[in-house]
Design a protein around this ligand. Structure first.
Ligand SMILES: [Zn+2]
Length: 486
């Protein structure tokens, strides 16, 4: 072929002895290549399309209650119905059970009996945020605020000076519920936590990072106009209460029976000229929960029964009756087992449960070259290099973690590689640098095999986190391959 740049005929270079040798030994080395490099135009189109649906979902499902609600709508459209309405289940049946409106279980009944084991994708649908205190409303210097108590691990200073929204429910004394979402429409007001101007911030900036903004200072500005009558006490607070009473019929005491969550009012957006990343609130853990849900909704007549378990309260330890430790999740497994068999037997159920296989679908930290010192570069997940397998999490000598069995890891890798899933592995930071936990520690108690496996995230637990579209789509393919084939 003529090289038109210099009109010279180019010849293929002779293969050097060195190059031949390298290729010969390639199979010995572990390599985890960048997904974009090997992606076709069609692959990229699929990643982009999936990302668009994900972003839309993020914008309408910012809290565990909203995730639950939207997931049920999507599931019912795909033919799922409440397990309460069906006495006997048969192959191909699709059922779900809501866990107090804050967790969700979905299943597609397989061809094999559940005693042959079943496959679970488990993710959590709560994210770090600010919850309101039970008695949150107060007035100070003619401004009205809501007191908060932060939920999950946050850097408190990151939650000041950004637009905030209020999502949640209030239950009135008569038991009626009001669903509240304010701050998401373009014409809604937003809410705001102030910070100190730099001109007067020298003492503040000399404090430790954890104290730059203190927990008791995370108070949200919500109003500043008095009621018309100026002679009364608390006229500014009453101004806000009057508005709330007119709109929702609530009084101050109704805050006690409420779950109102303060979340960033920002929408999910593409990041970068090439749109390779997505920034959003609460990728942790919706970036795993959404692909896990989609993978389950796609299942038709699987061999083994497949389940998607979406739990609450992971960010504060999976406690409570909606956290992964709750028996309500186990109850669903029992009900599925009983309704797919002629009769329930405890030994049979326990054996089936211990033969189950699970991916604990949770995020991990992506390697950030700006903060490289906290991670071991040889044991880190890199952005756009695929789903991250994490044998263990925990902290200080693997404390408080599940530690997946080598046999199970090999099985997962076998399924992934057979299905051309790009995966990588690593730890959450250097030894003794910190650590984390997931639902795998609780689920492994049933005797089932479970492996942590999810999307790497930059700026994890910040109000606005970043993920790679390539990792998101690869994770969806990985979850689908796992529940269908393991
Ligand atoms: Zn988290």
């Amino acid at each position: 072929m003529i090289d038109k740049s210099d009109n010279k005929v180019t010849e293929a270079p002779a293969k050097s002895r060195r190059a031949v040798k390298k290729a010969e030994f390639d199979f010995l080395l572990a390599e985890y290549p960048n997904i974009w490099k090997s992606s076709t135009e069609q692959d990229i189109r699929r990643m982009m399309t999936f990302s668009e649906s994900y972003k839309k979902f993020l914008n309408i499902a910012k809290t565990e209650r909203e995730f639950n609600r939207e997931a049920i709508i999507m599931a019912e459209k795909k033919g799922f119905s409440s397990i309460d309405n069906i006495d006997k289940l048969k192959t191909g049946d699709k059922v779900y059970a809501s866990v107090k409106g804050k967790g969700l279980l979905l299943a597609v009944v397989g061809k094999f009996p559940m005693s042959a084991g079943f496959n679970i994708l488990g993710a959590h649908i709560d994210s770090p945020r600010l919850d309101l205190k039970p008695n949150p409303l107060y007035e100070d210097e003619e401004m009205v605020f809501l007191k908060t108590h932060y939920y999950g691990g946050i850097k408190k200073y990151q939650w000041t000076t950004i637009p905030l929204a209020i999502h949640g429910v209030m239950i009135r004394k008569d038991g009626s519920a009001i669903s509240i979402t304010i701050g998401e429409s373009d014409d809604d007001p937003v809410f705001y936590i102030t910070d100190l101007l730099p001109h007067l911030g020298s003492e503040q900036m000399s404090r430790k990072g954890t104290d730059i903004v203190k927990g008791e200072d995370l108070n949200v500005l919500i109003g500043g106009r008095p009621v018309a009558d100026h002679d009364i006490k608390h006229e500014y607070k009453i101004g806000v209460l009057k508005l709330l009473n007119e709109k929702y019929g609530i009084v101050e005491k109704d805050f006690v029976s409420a779950e109102l969550e303060i979340v960033p009012a920002m929408k999910a957006r593409d990041v970068g000229f090439d749109r390779s990343f997505i920034a959003a609130y609460g990728h942790d853990d919706r970036v795993c929960a959404y692909p896990a849900l989609m993978a389950l909704l796609d299942q038709k007549n699987p061999n083994k029964t497949v389940i998607c378990m979406l739990s609450d309260k992971e960010e504060i330890g999976s406690y409570g009756n909606t956290g992964a430790e709750s028996k309500l999740y186990e109850n669903f497994f029992v009900e599925l087992f009983a309704k797919t068999n002629d009769q329930y037997d405890e030994v049979g159920f326990r054996k089936a449960l211990s033969a189950a296989k699970m991916l604990s679908a949770d995020v991990s930290n992506g390697f950030d070259p700006k903060y490289a010192s906290v991670s071991d570069p040889k044991n880190s997940a890199y952005m756009s290099h695929g789903i991250k397998l994490e044998k263990y999490v925990g902290s200080r000598g693997k404390s408080g973690t599940n530690d997946a069995n080598a046999e199970f890891i090999a099985e997962v890798i076998r399924v992934f590689e057979k299905n051309k899933i790009q995966w990588q592995t690593g730890e959450l930071g250097k030894v003794d640098e910190g650590g984390g936990g997931t639902i795998s520690a609780f689920m492994s108690g049933y005797g089932l095999d479970v492996l942590d496996c999810g999307v790497p995230v930059l700026s994890m637990h910040a109000p606005y986190e970043v993920i790679s579209k390539a990792d998101l789509y690869m994770t969806y393919l990985a979850y689908k391959a796992f529940i269908k084939n393991i």
